[in-house]
Design a binder for this molecule. Structure first.
Ligand code: SAM
Length: 213
């Protein structure tokens, strides 16, 4: 979604049009796992779509992102929604997760950010999330993934091509769906509680848990 991030003011409207409002519903489902008083981290929080939902539920949320302009919009939205007392936004990338205290979060969540990370960053991030989550802590993810069947792969490639070209022209970067996200999570020691994918197989909602140990 880098093409939308190049114009942060229009990000929220753009994503709503592009996903036909389905992302909002996915985020509502994911944040239904969050409870009042929990300590929550939102990775790549952008304009605060997940952060603010969790804050409205009474959680104490830290939203981190590398894009200051996106965070400024998130902060303005938090002010408007009167949830500033339980949100904190930080300019911080996943590479700085090592500064977070071990076993300190009840929930970590992320929407549409893992697909912007390199495989190396993703593996590092999952390791760090396992470290900073409390035992039985929850990992909530919604992201673009690469379909597994050949027909869905081909269809996905065809419909994404124009977006990939426009994104590359505007930002000289691109995003690609994450490959084998549930398997990667399992490799890093998470238990998979639920996975649901859309019909095209290019978007999943995933609930994982750090084992008790
Ligand atoms: C497509 S946006 C999604 C924003 C928000 N989660 C949402 O769903 O509206 C992806 C966000 O991930 C952030 N991001 C990309 N790479 C990151 C990194 N290495 N560390 C932290 N945030 C990152 C981008 O700046 C961007 O705001």
């Amino acid at each position: 979604m880098k093409v939308l991030e190049s114009a942060p003011d229009r990000y929220d409207a753009g994503i709503r049009i592009l996903t036909l409002g389905r992302l909002d519903k996915a985020y509502d489902r994911l944040t239904s796992y969050i409870k009042r008083g929990q300590k929550v981290l939102d990775i790549g929080c952008g304009t605060g779509a997940l952060t603010l939902r969790a804050a409205q539920k009474g959680a104490n949320v830290k939203g981190i992102d590398v894009n200051l302009q996106m965070l400024e919009i998130a902060q303005k939205r938090a002010n408007k929604m009167n949830v500033t007392q339980n949100v904190e936004f930080c300019v911080m990338g996943v590479a700085e997760l090592d500064g977070e205290t071990s076993e300190s979060y009840d929930v970590v969540m992320s929407g549409l950010c893992f697909s912007e990370l390199t495989e190396h960053e993703l593996v590092y991030t999952l390791k760090e999330l396992k470290r900073i989550l409390k035992p039985r802590g929850i990992l909530l993810l919604a992201d673009e993934v690469r379909p597994t069947s050949l027909s869905k792969k081909t269809f996905n490639w065809l419909i994404r091509l124009p977006l990939v070209i426009i994104t590359y022209i505007l930002t000289q970067t691109t995003t690609k769906g994450v490959e084998n996200l549930p398997e990667m999570m399992e490799r890093e020691g998470f238990l998979i509680e639920s996975v649901s994918s859309n019909k095209m197989g290019n978007f999943i909602e995933l609930v994982g848990k750090k084992p008790e140990e």
